[in-house]
Design a protein around this ligand. Structure first.
Ligand SMILES: Nc1nc2c(c(=O)[nH]1)N[C@H]1C(S)=C(S)[C@@H](COP(=O)(O)OP(=O)(O)OC[C@H]3O[C@@H](n4cnc5c(=O)[nH]c(N)nc54)[C@H](O)[C@@H]3O)O[C@H]1N2
Ligand SMILES: Nc1nc2c(c(=O)[nH]1)N[C@H]1C(S)=C(S)[C@@H](COP(=O)(O)OP(=O)(O)OC[C@H]3O[C@@H](n4cnc5c(=O)[nH]c(N)nc54)[C@H](O)[C@@H]3O)O[C@H]1N2
Ligand SMILES: [Mo]
Length: 674
């Protein structure tokens, strides 16, 4: 991103036209960054709570007062009956720069002996599922997509959530005759702009993939040579899908036409190279891990890993061999320290998890009061008078409302960081272009000063961000791993984004996979040992008519709540111009479901289940099938009528693999508010 400054003001930001992947395109919301940086509501000074918990009443204090209070509270909790594990750090992806999100913070809480946080809210279900089949996170190079001829967006709203990859897909469509297919229960922007949209019921993707496999094996469309050379369990998989997943049954499960399932299989096998972009929407269901594992078998069946522009892409994160161990120092964590799954914050705050009660929570890079499932119980937990809550933030978010101490945070224009990426293979340096306004400080600075107050080792904490960046790139080691060899902080500073040193060979063309068997594992002994089905399979969502008929009788609609186009999760709620375009919480309903409830377009409705309820404006149309609803997230309470957002209805149930969140596995009922 190129930033134009006048004095100490950012007047504009633009994509870098020389960036090989983004081609200079900056999405609508990020182009509004100047509004965010110089916003009237930006937090500029430390604050201490003056009113009752949750009131959002604060008075300005000095950094010394804030840090003294945090240090002394942490110290007394650590020396108290429950020990330091009664302190919980809570962070996610406010910034995804590695220095500001996983360096001194991890060292600090490790050294303190605080509880560990399992950061599962986004990507762990699919990550785990993918690895059971493939062995690592490696997949198709996103830069190869323009050479594809058949592109499937599977649970991916690529045009909105990953616009740079979408541009490559459109390039393939225009210049290479590629066909773009999108599999999504909602007619998303991506679905609407694709050549073909298939809208299965939520949480039925594994069944669809198994039905496609049935057709492939039944009609002899498989790549026998690749199957024999590169996979394990092909015969068992074939027997299962031929017996259990005929298109008639899969049509019943998914709600798709049998002919469409047959056509998808035929086109996929006969249009080469074919690539699958599998993303996050389909992971947020009880069976999300198994769904990704199952879909990940498809490229090996048709042998599309042979081609650079074939195969499958989940995330590029695994391509970056950064020295995260050195940065985070997990060796500082005392043996036996308990781990809390971030999805279960409601349970943690209400003392329902094993181990000591949570007496203090330190939040940074996250807005759990908005983004966590079971929002009602998260908020009642944060209201606890005996909970000491520190929130390091840029804006007065919902979480800040519940803080005891608020610390003002810097932004990316004001601090240094290194960014790998989960959508492309370039490493980037984020250099500060201005000093932070008011008394804002970056995350690492706060942990440096807190460490000093607690008497922690200077050699671990009094290290500059630039030195941490060098350490992350292994510059202090004898050799760097191949993918980052020769890439240094100084080079990133002088040259801008640098592509990792990756082979031009497709990752699995040779048929070698980094699994225990060395093959693409249709049959996984690892899963068998863990008590799962060793073969790909489909289980219904935890909340649907098949698995929970009583619940479905009361709450008949499956609701999905993916992010809004002009927000990043809950970030950008504060930007007036973007909030205006998002136009308030709304819910898309089918004509049948609306009519059955006397709901018309534009009516205010309440959306509810036993966990809670929120309000939204009804948008009635064809974008979802009967029985399905879609409500874009994630609203701050104050912009949602002070009633909370869709996460009031979401459960803290975990996915089958990876302990992920099941935001979209959620039954609700809707009624008109009169
Ligand atoms: N219903 C529903 N819920 C969801 C999702 C969904 O699709 N539907 N998506 C889920 C997903 S995929 C994710 S990744 C999570 C995201 O959950 P979070 O990571 O909590 O994401 P944000 O809501 O963007 O909140 C990040 C906060 O960090 C702050 N911040 C930014 N930079 C810094 C910094 O340098 N220092 C500090 N201290 N703070 C900073 C921002 O101001 C912002 O308020 O939400 C999940 N929740
Ligand atoms: N504009 C914008 N871009 C973002 C973000 C943002 O908040 N705003 N967040 C970023 C983050 S943190 C993440 S994790 C990514 C997420 O990026 P995506 O994976 O694209 O995420 P979603 O939009 O949550 O889900 C994609 C689609 O999956 C669909 N879906 C829901 N359930 C199912 C299902 O059972 N099966 C199938 N096949 N599809 C289903 C949803 O309707 C949705 O259209 O986006 C990133 N990019
Ligand atoms: Mo995410």
């Amino acid at each position: 991103m190129l930033v134009t400054l006048e004095d100490d003001r950012v007047v504009s930001v633009a994509g870098d036209p020389e960036h090989p992947f983004t081609d200079g395109f900056l999405c609508h919301k990020v182009s509004r960054l100047p509004e965010r940086i110089h916003h009237r509501d930006r937090l500029l000074f430390p604050l201490r709570r003056t009113g009752p918990k949750g009131s959002g009443q604060f008075a300005r204090i000095t950094w010394d007062e804030a840090l003294d209070e945090i240090a002394s509270r942490f110290q007394s909790i650590a020396e108290g009956p429950h020990g330091p594990q009664a302190i919980l750090p809570y962070s996610y992806c406010g910034t995804m720069g590695k220095i500001q999100s996983e360096s001194l913070d991890r060292r600090f809480f490790g050294r303190l002996g605080a509880s560990l946080l399992d950061r599962t809210i986004c990507a762990t279900a699919g990550g785990a599922g993918y690895r059971y089949t493939i062995g690592s996170g490696q997949g198709t190079d996103p830069e190869a997509f323009p050479e594809s001829r058949y592109i499937i967006n599977w649970g991916s709203n690529t045009a909105v959530t990953n616009s740079h990859l979408w541009a490559k897909m459109v390039h393939a469509q225009k210049h290479n005759g590629a066909r773009i297919v999108t599999i999504d229960p909602h007619r998303s922007q991506t679905a609407a702009r694709s050549d073909w949209h298939l809208a299965p019921r939520p949480g039925t993707d594994a069944a669809l993939a198994l039905g496609v496999m049935h057709v492939l094996f039944r009609d002899g469309l498989q790549d026998e040579e690749y199957l024999a050379r590169a996979t394990i369990g092909a015969e068992a998989l074939k027997a299962r899908v031929l017996a259990d997943y005929p298109p008639e049954r899969v049509a019943q499960i998914t709600g798709l036409d049998k002919a469409d399932i047959e056509q998808l299989a035929r086109e996929y096998a006969s249009t080469s190279p074919a690539v699958v972009r599998v993303n996050y929407g389909l992971q947020r269901h009880a069976g999300g891990g198994m769904a990704v594992r199952t879909i990940a078998c498809l490229p090996a069946i048709i042998g599309s890993w042979r081609h650079r522009a074939g195969g499958m892409l989940l995330s590029t994160s695994a391509l970056f061999p950064l020295n995260l161990q050195g940065l985070q120092r997990p060796d500082l964590v005392p043996a036996g320290t308990r781990t809390i799954n971030m999805v279960q914050l409601a349970e943690a705050l209400h003392g329902e998890l094993p181990g000591p009660p949570v007496e203090a929570i330190y939040v940074y890079n996250s807005n759990p009061a908005s983004v966590c499932p079971d929002q009602g119980r998260v908020l009642s937990g944060l209201l606890r008078d005996d909970l000491f809550t520190v929130v390091h933030e840029q804006f007065p978010t919902d979480t800040v409302q519940y803080a005891d101490i608020v610390l003002p945070a810097s932004m990316s224009t004001e601090h240094l960081d290194i960014h790998p990426a989960y959508g492309h293979p370039y490493l980037q340096l984020n250099e500060p272009v201005m000093s932070p306004p008011g008394e804002c400080r970056c995350n690492t600075d706060v942990f440096r000063t807190l460490a000093r107050r607690l008497g922690f080792e200077p050699h671990l904490f009094q290290v500059s961000d630039r030195d941490l960046a060098r350490e992350m790139l292994w510059e202090n080691q004898e050799t760097q791993p191949a993918a980052v060899r020769g890439i240094t902080v100084d080079r990133l500073s002088a040259e801008g984004p640098i592509r990792l040193n990756l082979s031009d060979e497709p990752p699995f063309a040779s048929g070698q996979f980094p699994t225990p068997s060395g093959k693409c594992e249709f049959y996984s002994e690892t899963l068998e040992r863990l008590g799962f089905d060793p073969l790909p399979t489909w289980h219904p969502p935890a909340e649907c008519h098949e698995s929970a008929p009583d619940l479905a009788a009361k709450f008949p609609l499956q609701i999905v709540t993916p992010p809004g186009r002009h927000f990043i999760n809950s970030t950008f709620n504060e930007v007036d111009s973007l909030r205006a375009i998002e136009a308030g919480p709304h819910i898309e309903l089918s004509r049948d479901d609306a009519a059955a409830r006397g709901i018309e377009n534009g009516n205010l409705v309440r959306v509810f289940n036993d966990r809670g309820e929120f309000e939204a404006t009804a948008v009635v149309g064809e974008s979802v099938r009967p029985g399905v609803a879609m409500a874009p997230s994630i609203w701050w309470n104050r912009y949602a009528g002070n009633k909370g957002n869709s996460n009031l209805t979401a459960s803290t149930r975990l996915t089958d693999f990876g302990g992920g969140a099941t935001f979209f596995d959620n039954l609700v009922e809707v009624e008109r508010v009169d």
